[in-house]
Design a protein around this ligand. Structure first.
Ligand code: SF4
Ligand code: SF4
Length: 345
């Protein structure tokens, strides 16, 4: 079937409204870039999901980083995206203005070089992410062990996507999922099969080009029309059935599953990774960074990350909440749904 035929068929859809969730923020950005929404009829709604680590990191975690940054002889290391997210009082950018010692890095391994160069400083690395970044933290931990690094610790907020998808299937009304491309490279496509079977929904592993996304939407619509629900991998060039077993196997040497707190959602059982007991000496107190919290008044991030509303339907969007002065995390991260919608208004 040609792309023109796929587009024509999708355009002609006239049934009930179908909600398809793209779990990952990079897909949200690609959907805008390729103008996919303008091709689809109103009855096919593409909604964003909780696939951006910055958006789902609780404010207590930011607070803990802020506290560390203000302590004598301590320095916080983080990815740039985390800088503008608010904690309960300050963001890391604001903490820096107050004298907090915070540097941002492009790779976790840069923290190793810093720790070796400055043994008098205690470094705290903000280890957020999904299965995609966990292998990098594993390499870092291996090196720390090998070189007996004592002045670097990780504040860990690593999340896993499968328990979150189960949660979404149980709590929300979503008709089908575009599975995250990068995460799937690591965890593989097979892991979505039990979800498709249990919940009777399409799970389609998708690449990032416009035509990949369109083909995946078509696959989801076909499954919905025929009632034959399954996992389908349409990104076979990068995603293997079993994923990258070597990378994820190494992760599980250091980490074990744990319950995790998702900002705006709450605790999802088994949806995080924490360091195993024998590696706790590398942990900077991650468990204390996950406590129940309430979102700022007027922020609808919960509804955005659960796909109940589109970002523009949040009353604060573009008014009280802009990328320059964000109320919620979904507006500040480069993969945040609200930030992406704002940029593409
Ligand atoms: S526009 Fe701002 S306040 Fe509203 S949901 Fe998005 S991030 Fe939260
Ligand atoms: S809504 Fe926020 S958390 Fe979810 S994918 Fe989008 S950006 Fe990430």
């Amino acid at each position: 079937m040609t792309l023109e035929q796929v587009t024509k068929e999708l355009k002609g859809y006239k049934g009930r409204t179908i909600k398809i969730m793209e779990v990952c923020g990079t897909h949200t950005a690609s959907i805008f870039k390729a103008g996919i929404r303008s091709i689809l009829p109103e009855e096919i709604r593409l909604i964003s999901g909780p696939g951006c680590p910055v958006c789902v990191t609780p404010s207590a975690y930011i607070d803990k980083l802020v506290d560390y940054s203000l302590k004598e002889n301590y320095q916080v290391l983080t990815f740039g995206d985390m800088m503008k997210v608010r904690g309960s009082k300050y963001s890391l950018t604001q903490a820096k203005a107050l004298g907090g010692k915070i540097n941002y890095l492009y790779s976790p391994l840069q923290s190793l070089a810093l720790a070796k160069e400055n043994p008098q400083i205690n470094y705290i690395f903000a280890a957020v992410g999904f299965e995609t970044t966990a292998p990098l933290y594993t390499i870092l931990l291996e090196e720390m062990e090998k070189e007996n690094i004592q002045n670097l610790k990780l504040l860990i907020a690593v999340k896993t996507i499968i328990p979150a998808l189960s949660y979404l299937c149980e709590q929300e009304e979503i008709d089908g999922f575009l599975c995250p491309g990068h995460v799937s490279v690591i965890i593989g496509s097979k892991v979505y099969e039990p979800l498709a079977e249990k919940y009777g929904k399409p799970f389609v592993v998708t690449g990032f080009e416009g035509e990949h996304i369109l083909a995946s939407v078509y696959e989801i619509m076909t499954q919905i029309t025929t009632g034959d629900f399954k996992m389908k991998n349409l990104y076979t060039s990068a995603v293997k059935e079993e994923g990258n077993e070597k990378a994820f196997g190494a992760v599980m040497k250091y980490f074990e599953p744990c319950d995790a707190y998702w900002r705006g959602i709450g605790t999802i059982p088994g949806s995080g990774l924490r360091l195993k007991e024998e590696f706790q000496k590398y942990d900077a107190g991650s468990e204390e960074a996950f406590v129940e919290e309430t979102l700022p008044k007027g922020c609808s991030c919960t509804d955005v990350i659960l796909g109940r509303i589109q970002p523009i339907e949040c009353p604060a969007f573009g008014k009280r909440c802009t990328p320059m002065d964000a109320l919620g995390p979904c507006m500040v991260s480069s993969e945040g749904a609200c930030g992406i919608w704002y940029k593409n208004r």
